[in-house]
Design a protein around this ligand. Structure first.
Ligand code: PRP
Ligand code: URA
Ligand code: MG
Length: 209
């Protein structure tokens, strides 16, 4: 069964409060999502493999460690996932970025895929699927199925806020995919919005309605 990590670092939780606040405008919302994404990336990369190397400090030779070159790929789910990309890339600048375009049909709440473009070697990469919201789980579930169909075997899912309903779908459909969150909220409302949530992530990031 996939593990769920709620990243409760005080800086993440503090910034999430401002992200949730309806009085936070687009410019600040975007900056905060970027900052929280970078802080989450710090936690999500905790298990990256290291290897030993030898260097000369100004004082003496020293055995030290460097990343062992594991290939990473970020896969934002369009649109709202785009808001998390730059923050993560600041910590993992060599990551390649694929895109999955999905929107949730407002009537059926089912995801509709309209775009996909991925690095050619996704089967060799650890992929981090990113989307601020995991609501019914339909979008992330579809995106992960699309990646697996194209050869991906090593996938993590990173979201700001999830509903228990969405977590359950991912755990059932993708027991191999661990989930990293800043918060696990109470439930979905009758329109499929996470409560208390933050509203519509894409609209708040891009200033649309
Ligand atoms: O878990 P689900 O029930 O599928 O809902 C979550 C999806 O809904 C939002 O995207 P939206 O469809 O609003 O598209 P957008 O990012 O283009 O605004 C959000 O960014 C997720 O992708
Ligand atoms: O609460 C929600 C649910 C889906 N998509 C969002 O942007 N917000
Ligand atoms: Mg949206």
């Amino acid at each position: 069964m996939s593990k769920v990590f709620v990243l409760d670092h005080p800086l993440i939780q503090h910034k999430l409060t401002y992200i949730r606040n309806k009085n936070t405008g687009t410019k600040e919302f975007r900056a905060l999502v970027d900052e929280v994404s970078a802080l989450m990336a710090f936690e999500i990369t905790r298990d990256l493999p290291l290897e030993e190397t030898t260097i000369d400090t100004p004082v003496m030779e020293a055995k030290t460690k460097v990343l062992s070159g594991k290939k990473i790929g970020l896969v934002p789910i369009l649109r709202a996932g785009l808001g998390m990309v730059d923050g993560i890339l600041r910590l993992i600048p060599a990551a390649k970025v694929g895109h999955v375009g999905l929107y949730r049909d407002p009537e059926t709440l089912k995801p509709v895929e309209y775009y996909i473009k991925l690095p050619t070697d996704i089967e060799e990469r650890e992929l981090i699927v990113i989307d601020p919201m995991l609501a019914t789980g339909g979008s992330a579930n579809d995106a992960i199925h699309s990646l697996k169909k194209r050869g991906a075997t090593n996938i993590k899912l990173m979201c700001l806020i999830a509903a228990p309903e969405g977590v359950e779908v991912i755990q059932k459909e993708h027991p191999d995919v661990d989930i990293y969150l800043a918060a696990l909220d109470e439930k979905l409302n009758e329109k499929g919005y996470i409560i208390p949530g933050l509203g519509d992530a894409g609209d708040r990031l891009f200033g649309t309605k």
